[in-house]
Design a protein around this ligand. Structure first.
Ligand code: CO8
Length: 260
């Protein structure tokens, strides 16, 4: 399974999705964004896939940004369509019930950083470099970076990162709370797959509801978020997974979840 610029490998409930345009550091051309949209939709609909890990091919880059050669000749109307196409993708990844882990194996810049930020969390290789260098090209972030970084880092750090266009090392990105963990490059994808496998063993309806509560809750007041959490929490008590998970605990056996 795969497309012109994407490799897809599905094993034991985990899909490993690799952006495969290493000659241009996996830059996001419109065609790559369309392939990503189509592939994420297919993986979301595929019952054999429970968790997705996304990475870049080659040793240098996760994704070095939107394709500058393509953007160089865009007018404002084309740029608006391009930004909305990228935003549709990052919004889809954020809202899909299945968890998505970004394994950032090198440069994650501009649209590449924004793609990683759309995922549920990020692991990085020790040689990774991350940032939003759009202002060095005379533009600004357009695939959600200004909104996501302001919420994740707070206004001051988001401002500094975006106004300077500077790159953070993997260690700095961990210190800033952008990445959860840093691994030697050769171990990165294996570690992400290990974490994905651990999630696959859990009640995936609970995982999906938790993802929804966290995502939607971030846009609510805390009391509204608590209210929303209680509704999702309660709905799980009508699920097979709740009966199986608690039954298995009482019977001192491993649960066998069905995600229903
Ligand atoms: N787009 C197109 N081609 C790229 C890109 C890119 N983003 N990045 C690298 N490449 C190409 C290079 O042109 C080069 O091609 P060639 O071999 O044909 O010359 C090849 O990849 C290898 O790159 P380098 O030789 O430059 O490799 P270095 O190791 O010397 O440098 C860097 C690596 C530092 C990552 C460097 O390539 C670089 O600075 N790349 C651009 C990074 C960047 O500015 N990214 C942000 C782009 S803007 C963006 O993503 C906006 C998103 C929101 C869009 C909003 C809608 C309008």
């Amino acid at each position: 399974m795969g497309t012109e610029n994407l490799l897809v490998d599905i094993k034991d409930g985990v899909a490993l999705l690799t952006i495969n345009r290493p000659k241009v550091l996996n830059a996001l051309h419109t065609s790559v964004i369309a392939e990503l949209q189509e592939t994420f939709e297919a993986l979301n609909a595929n019952p054999a896939v429970k968790v997705i890990v996304i990475t870049g091919s080659g040793e240098k880059a996760f994704v070095a940004g939107a394709d500058i050669a393509e953007m160089a000749v865009m007018d404002a109307q084309q740029a608006l369509v391009f930004a909305r196409t990228g935003q549709r993708l990052v919004n889809f990844i954020g809202a899909m019930p299945k968890p998505v882990i970004a394994a950032v194996n090198g440069f994650a810049l501009g649209g590449g950083m924004e793609l990683a930020l759309a995922c549920d969390f990020i692991y990085a290789s020790d040689n990774a470099k991350m940032g939003l260098p759009e202002v060095t090209l005379g533009i600004m972030p357009g695939f959600g970076g200004s909104q996501k970084f302001a919420r994740l880092l707070g206004r001051s750090r988001a401002n500094e990162l975006i106004f300077t266009g500077k790159m953070l090392s993997a260690a700095e990105a961990k210190e800033w709370g952008i990445v959860n963990a840093v691994f030697p490059a050769a171990e990165l994808v294996g570690k992400a797959l290990e974490t994905a496998a651990r999630i696959v063993g859990n009640g995936l309806l609970g995982v999906a509801h938790a993802k929804e509560a966290i995502r939607r809750g971030l846009d609510m007041t805390e009391p509204d978020g608590m209210d929303y959490e209680s509704v999702l929490f309660a709905s799980l008590f009508a699920s097979c997974d709740q009966k199986e998970g608690m039954g298995a605990f009482v019977e001192k056996r491993k649960p066998n979840f069905t995600g229903s």
